[in-house]
Design a protein. Structure first.
Length: 127
């Protein structure tokens, strides 16, 4: 009786772990396919860059204010870098989620087979 309860608890916990891994895989795949974009829009990025070049401590020479083309190129590079970073995070999450499936799955199959053997032996003993 206690053995069977133990088997069911192990099966339940490994099943829950595998389900969590499947959900994680789905979420990671969505991050890889459609990564989150940059939160900051171009106008606020431009204003921030201009404000940084204007704000200089006293006694230091002021750097030249970047032109519109430079700011636009930097912003486009920022967007591409953020997309690549989001895809890398998604791939990292995908690998972690696969671990939540690959590790508990053999345990689930092993204990599932033990439960079938246990039911078969108890049915044969009672007959």
């Amino acid at each position: 009786m206690i053995r069977r309860i133990y088997l069911y608890l192990v099966l339940f916990s490994t099943l829950i772990m595998s389900i969590g891994g499947c959900v994680g895989i789905f979420m990671s795949l969505s991050d890889i396919i459609v990564p989150n974009g940059v939160i900051q829009d171009y106008a606020s990025y431009r204003d921030m860059r201009i404000a940084q070049s204007v704000k200089v401590p006293p006694g230091e020479p002021a750097p030249p204010v970047p032109d519109e083309a430079t700011i636009r190129a930097d912003y486009e590079r920022l967007v591409v870098d953020e997309m690549q970073q989001a895809r890398r995070r998604g791939l990292n999450g995908l690998i972690k989620s696969l671990g939540w499936i690959v590790i508990p799955l053999p345990i689930f199959l092993w204990y599932s087979r033990k439960l079938k053997d246990d039911k078969g032996s108890s049915a044969g003993a009672s007959a």
